[in-house]
Design a binder for this molecule. Structure first.
Ligand SMILES: Nc1ncnc2c1ncn2[C@@H]1O[C@H](COP(=O)(O)OP(=O)(O)OP(=O)(O)O)[C@@H](O)[C@H]1O
Ligand SMILES: [Mg+2]
Length: 264
C-alpha cells in the first residue's frame, strides 16, 4: 500500500453546545481503498462524514484535523466549510430527497457539471448523458427530461451517484446508499458502486448500519458505537472474529453473515 493516505482524519470531535456527537474519530484511507463505517442509529456515522465533507449542519462544530490531498486543516470548534482542498470529496446521501423534485434530471446534472467547471453547454450535455450511461440508466437522453418523481427509487439513487461523479471525485462518501431501497434494488446499487469504484479508481467510505452491505463493498471496516470507534479491521476479521459485543450483534442481524461467522 502506498505510504501517504489520500485522507487522514485525526481525533475528530463533533459537538453541539450541549454534547459531543462524535468523540474522537481517526481514519486513514488510501487511493482506491474502500472502508465501511458501521454502527447503530445515532452512533455518529453521518456527523463524522459530514464533518469530513465540510457539510455540518448549523449549530454543529468540529475539532481535530483533516488532511486531504496533502493539505492539512485543523479545526477548533469550527464549522468547516467545503474547502478547495476537499472539493474532491463527493457525497451520496441515503435520502433520494437530496434530488431537487422541481428540476429535471438533466438540469441537475448540468448544474453539477457547470460547478465542476465544464463551461461549454454542449459538452455538459454530452457529459450528462455519459454520466447516466455510467450509472447504467437506460435511455439516458430521454431521462434527462424526467423529473425525479418519474423515476424509480433505484434510478433516483443512480442519478445521485451520477451527480456525485460529476465533480470527478477521488473520494466518495456514501451514507446509507441503499437503505431506502427494496432488497433487490439494494443489490443492484451495491454492484453499481463496486463497478464505479473499480472503473474510476475512487476511494469510498461507505456508511451503513447493515454489515451485509459493508461486507459486499469494503475490505476494511470501522465500527462506531456511541460516538466512538470501538473496533476496526479487515472485513474478514470483523465478520469472522468480532471482538466487541456490539459488533457481534450487528453481524448476527445479517443472517448470511452470521452463518459465515459461525454464529449461533
Ligand atoms: N443537526 C443536528 N443537530 C444536533 N444534533 C444532531 C443533529 N443531527 C444529528 N444529531 C445527533 O447526533 C448524534 C449522531 O447522529 P448521526 O446522524 O451521526 O447518527 P448516525 O450514526 O448517522 O445514525 P443513523 O444510522 O440513524 O443515520 C445523534 O445523537 C443525533 O441525535
Ligand atoms: Mg446517518
Amino acid at each position: 500500500m502506498n505510504a501517504t493516505p489520500m485522507l487522514s482524519v485525526r481525533d475528530l470531535v463533533v459537538s453541539t453546545h450541549k454534547q459531543d456527537l462524535v468523540k474522537g474519530f481517526s481514519l486513514d484511507i488510501h487511493k482506491g481503498q474502500r472502508i465501511g463505517v458501521v454502527g447503530e442509529s445515532g452512533a455518529g456515522k453521518t456527523m463524522a462524514s459530514m464533518a469530513i465533507a465540510g457539510l455540518l449542519p448549523p449549530g454543529v462544530t468540529a475539532r481535530g484535523s483533516i488532511t486531504f490531498g496533502g493539505e492539512e486543516e485543523r479545526f477548533e470548534d469550527a464549522r468547516p466549510g467545503v474547502s478547495p482542498a476537499r472539493r474532491g470529496v463527493a457525497v451520496v446521501f441515503q435520502d433520494t430527497g437530496a434530488l431537487n423534485p422541481l428540476m429535471r434530471v438533466g438540469r441537475q446534472l448540468d448544474e453539477a457539471l457547470r460547478l465542476a467547471g465544464v463551461k461549454d453547454a454542449r459538452e455538459r450535455r454530452r457529459a450528462a448523458v455519459s454520466l447516466l450511461e455510467r450509472v447504467r440508466i437506460d435511455r439516458p437522453e430521454q431521462r434527462l427530461r424526467a423529473y425525479p418523481h418519474e423515476l424509480s427509487g433505484g434510478q433516483r439513487q443512480r442519478v445521485l451517484i451520477a451527480l456525485a461523479l460529476a465533480c470527478r471525485p477521488t473520494l466518495l462518501l456514501a451514507d446509507e446508499p441503499t437503505s431506502a431501497l427494496d432488497v433487490s434494488v439494494q443489490v443492484e446499487v451495491v454492484s453499481l458502486l463496486n463497478e464505479v469504484a473499480d472503473a474510476e479508481g475512487v476511494a469510498m467510505i461507505v456508511i451503513s448500519h447493515d454489515m451485509g452491505v459493508i461486507a459486499r463493498l469494503c475490505e476494511e471496516v470501522v465500527v462506531m458505537y456511541d460516538g466512538e470507534i470501538v473496533e476496526r479491521g479487515t472485513t474478514g476479521q470483523i465478520v469472522n472474529a468480532p471482538e466487541h459485543p456490539y459488533t457481534s450483534k450487528l453481524i448476527a442481524a445479517v443472517p448470511k453473515l452470521a452463518t459465515v461467522a459461525g454464529d449461533e
